[in-house]
Design a protein around this ligand. Structure first.
Ligand code: BGC
Length: 414
């Protein structure tokens, strides 16, 4: 791994690709709790997911596009509500569908990075108490056992839960009747965070027992909490229940997923608003690409050596694709810097945690396609545009630009 005038050479086997999730792309996820949530009369969801990008039927085209752009990895999720639409009733057809996806990824030279739970659960699971119900851990472990054959022999990286810290916040918000209230100030209830950590550990042990070749981790939303001078203690206390406890819970995992978009500044009274003059993306977040390198370093610091990092999400919602390239180029420069032993002042050398360079095994951009952004199709994150009427997919220049770097095994660090 070296930094040269031609950019930053990636380590052998480095995964470069993009991510999606089932509910956000497949369409028609009718047995899920989110589908029901979207249909609530007068509910908080502005726009239902409907057909999404119809990827349940068009996944081959999605994978063809990603492989054609030059990528060697694709992160997607398995939908529990399709595997087990009714408690105890497993859909063999859905299992076969996801097995075909896993094999289809490999056939195209894409490493399948598979998330077992990306925010959505079967409706029956939600109605039985969700993650804090009395049988939650066993029910999730049973689902993991059911999907193990989908992964068997083909999948090296599996994530149990996507963004458990956001799941915990969403649960807390709903319990407090706060709907989609300001996540920035809420604190996840302790019992839900504990329940998710237990579910994760049990799922990890279940998979290890069945499929020793699968490396198991989870993917944590990194908020890049930055203290204002004098607010260091407030910041640490703020970060722990919202992020760091979930990273600490990854210390015995096989890898940890970093998901980073922006930063959150913390003053002595808590989170500060985005500065008036800052550029904002379509999600309202500050345009702050340096977040990625900072999130990777922070994750490595908290999780500790021996647990490699995969960037499982990083990207920007924008209508201006040139800005997507600017954002991603700057984010990748930060990533390269975090990977280089000795940081920005270091010499090129081995990519091993402990010697200063964070052991990063891959970069998966969010997202491969324009997706359903949890209540709206407005924020477009895709390297590939999706026509909402026809489902026609059109790679954006950013997709070609990032794919070229994947093909070259080199980041065009500016
Ligand atoms: C989630 C994705 C989401 C993305 C952008 C992450 O929180 O895992 O599902 O679309 O961020 O908001």
């Amino acid at each position: 791994m070296t930094m040269t005038d031609d950019g930053f050479a990636l380590p052998d086997g480095f995964l470069m690709g993009a991510s999606t999730s089932a509910h956000q792309t497949e369409g028609g996820n009718t047995a899920s709790d989110w589908w029901a949530f979207e249909q609530l009369p007068g509910g908080p969801v502005a726009e239902p997911s409907g057909d999404a990008a119809d990827s349940y039927h068009r996944w081959r085209e999605d994978m063809d596009l990603l492989a054609g752009l030059g990528f060697n990895a694709y992160r997607f999720s398995i939908e529990w509500a399709r595997i087990e639409p009714v408690r105890g009733q497993v859909s063999r057809a859905a299992l076969a569908h996801y097995r075909r996806m896993v094999e289809g990824a490999r056939e195209r030279g894409l490493e399948p990075v598979v998330t077992l739970h990306h925010f959505t659960s079967p409706r029956w699971f939600h109605e039985s108490g969700g993650w804090t119900g009395p049988e939650a851990v066993d029910l999730f472990a049973a689902y993991v056992r059911t999907v193990a054959p989908v992964l068997d022999g083909q999948v090296r990286y599996a994530a149990t839960l996507n963004e458990p810290n956001m799941l915990a916040l969403a649960h807390t918000a709903l319990r407090q009747g706060a709907g989609f209230a300001d996540f920035r100030t809420l604190e996840p209830a302790d019992y839900i965070s504990e329940a998710l950590i237990t579910a994760h550990r049990t799922a990890r042990e279940t998979l290890h027992g069945l499929l020793p070749g699968v490396r198991v981790g989870w993917t944590v939303a990194n908020q890049v909490y930055q203290p204002e001078p004098g607010a260091e203690d407030v910041c640490r206390a703020f970060a722990w229940p919202r992020e760091d406890r979930f990273l600490e819970a990854a210390r015995d995992d096989d890898w940890v997923g970093v998901q980073s978009y922006t930063r959150t500044r913390i003053g002595s009274g808590g989170p500060l608003p985005v500065p008036e003059d800052a550029e904002r993306t379509l999600t309202g977040w500050e345009f702050y690409p340096a977040a990625l390198g900072e999130a990777v370093r922070h994750t490595a610091d908290v999780v500790g050596p021996g647990v490699p990092v995969l960037v499982t999400e990083n990207g920007i919602a924008t209508r201006d694709d040139a800005r997507r390239i600017d954002y991603t180029a700057a984010a990748l420069a930060g990533l390269a810097d975090a990977m280089r032993p000795g940081g920005s002042d270091g010499e090129a050398g081995e990519n091993t945690a402990g010697s200063g360079g964070v052991d990063v095994r891959g970069y998966l951009h969010w997202s491969a396609l324009d997706t359903y952004e949890w209540g709206s199709y407005g924020p477009t994150f895709g390297l590939v545009a999706v026509d909402r009427e026809t489902f026609v997919r059109t790679p954006r220049p950013s997709g070609r630009w990032l794919g070229e770097q994947a093909r070259a095994g080199r980041l065009a660090v500016r």
